[in-house]
Write a protein that binds this ligand. Structure first.
Ligand SMILES: [Zn+2]
Length: 407
């Protein structure tokens, strides 16, 4: 049986959390192609433990006092004290960026500028959280909105080519901060948590610096948007280079010239999502979603964009990993859930179809609903899914009740 996207052929689950070895490691979105050549997936070791769980044990042994001292040293190096912005915090109004910006300004006396690449389709409570972040939290803020027509077309193409409805948002969110920092002469940018915490190779976690190949490139001929080369997008879809530039990463030479450093605040400060949530509620007027997020049990993770719910549905289709699996694994690592509780939550919610905003999204993007479901079928790998009487079933699950687990 051939797998799609170079996925590992044998499905395995971590013994500590509920994550499988089908979880893709983060790659820069601009290297993302349909076939995912060279893609890497979560390592589960001989004892059955995944890299993310190992990383969370390492976190328990970190001396956070020492790390905070390192942070203060870094901040002192960049502190301006003349009214100019001395650091940049990207975010769209979620709990993590709210926490970051607030603690930098009010505990460490920095002067951050917050920068927002807005969601493709803001939820009303997401937009309210964003406004509260600025108005209740108290920050200067900059919003960079891409050309809506181009954003819509590219989002549509990334669904058709990659089954990846969230790509344009991720691209903007990751690429805009270094470019704005270079423009505004701000030499320090903070992201929150390192991607490695959730399953990239552990070695990437040993540095506070974001790896340059996540946000800067040397050769624009070698990168992709919506799974297509830039030149092909221009040729086949009537985009101009100007249309696309805002979605592209900064160049290596520019970032070097401007000396911008991109750090993870999560390297310096112990990051517990639930605590970031309480902090944001208390300090920046953050509110959770007024109802449970479809596909999972939580109410406060990534709730700004209507399209995010659909994004997690597509990870369920492509990798067999739904939003409840992501959330529950994280909660196990933070010791807020037992594995048994997590397994039950996965059984209950993983892969639940997010119908609340679905029709609205399809209408907005001008995609027929049936077409979306047809695309989903094309993106399912046969080592993960089996079709019985026109319905799809997972072959393997963490609850060992997949159609091939029973054999
Ligand atoms: Zn694990």
């Amino acid at each position: 049986m051939k797998t799609k996207y170079n996925l590992p052929k044998d499905v395995m689950f971590c013994k500590k959390c509920v994550m499988s070895n089908q979880r893709p490691s983060s790659i820069a979105e601009f290297f993302h192609t349909k076939e995912r050549e060279g893609a890497k997936y979560m390592t589960i070791d001989r004892n059955g433990i995944c890299d993310a769980c190992k990383q969370s044990e390492i976190k328990d042994s970190i001396n956070w006092k020492t790390r905070e001292k390192e942070l203060i040293k870094l901040l002192d190096k960049h502190r301006k004290n003349n009214g100019d912005y001395d650091c940049l915090v990207p975010g769209s109004g979620g709990k993590d960026s709210a926490f970051q910006a607030h603690i930098l300004k009010y505990k460490y006396n920095m002067n951050p500028l917050i920068i927002t690449w807005p969601p493709i389709m803001y939820t009303d409570y997401g937009l309210k959280n964003y406004n509260n972040w600025v108005n209740v939290g108290g920050f200067d803020a900059l919003v960079v909105r891409p050309n809506g027509k181009v954003m819509k077309e590219l989002t549509k193409l990334s669904i058709v080519n990659l089954l990846h409805p969230f790509q344009t948002f991720i691209l903007g969110q990751k690429n805009i901060a270094p470019k704005i920092a270079a423009n505004f002469n701000i030499k320090l940018v903070f992201y929150g948590e390192n991607e490695a915490e959730y399953g990239n190779p552990i070695a990437e976690n040993n540095s506070s610096l974001r790896k340059k190949n996540y946000f800067a490139v040397k050769n624009y001929n070698k990168i992709y948007l919506a799974g297509m080369k830039i030149s092909d997008l221009v040729k086949k879809h009537k985009f101009s280079y100007q249309d696309l530039k805002i979605f592209l990463p900064i160049s290596n030479s520019e970032i070097q010239k401007k000396n911008v450093e991109i750090h993870y605040l999560g390297y310096y400060l112990r990051w517990i999502p639930q605590e970031a949530f309480y902090y944001a509620v208390k300090n920046t007027g953050f509110s959770p979603r007024p109802f449970r997020t479809q596909g999972t049990f939580s109410k406060y993770n990534s709730i700004d964009d209507k399209i995010d719910d659909l994004h997690y549905y597509t990870t369920f289709v492509k990798f067999g990993i739904g939003r409840a699996t992501y959330d529950a694994s994280q909660e196990i690592r933070n010791k807020h859930l037992t594995r048994e509780e997590a397994q039950n939550l996965v059984k209950k919610y993983d892969g639940e179809f997010p119908d609340k905003y679905f029709s609205e999204i399809m209408k907005f993007l001008e995609i027929k609903e049936e077409k979306f479901f047809k695309l989903c079928d094309q993106f399912r790998s046969s080592h993960l899914w089996k079709r019985i009487n026109k319905k799809w079933y997972l072959r393997h699950t963490v609850n060992q009740d997949g159609v091939d687990d029973k054999i």
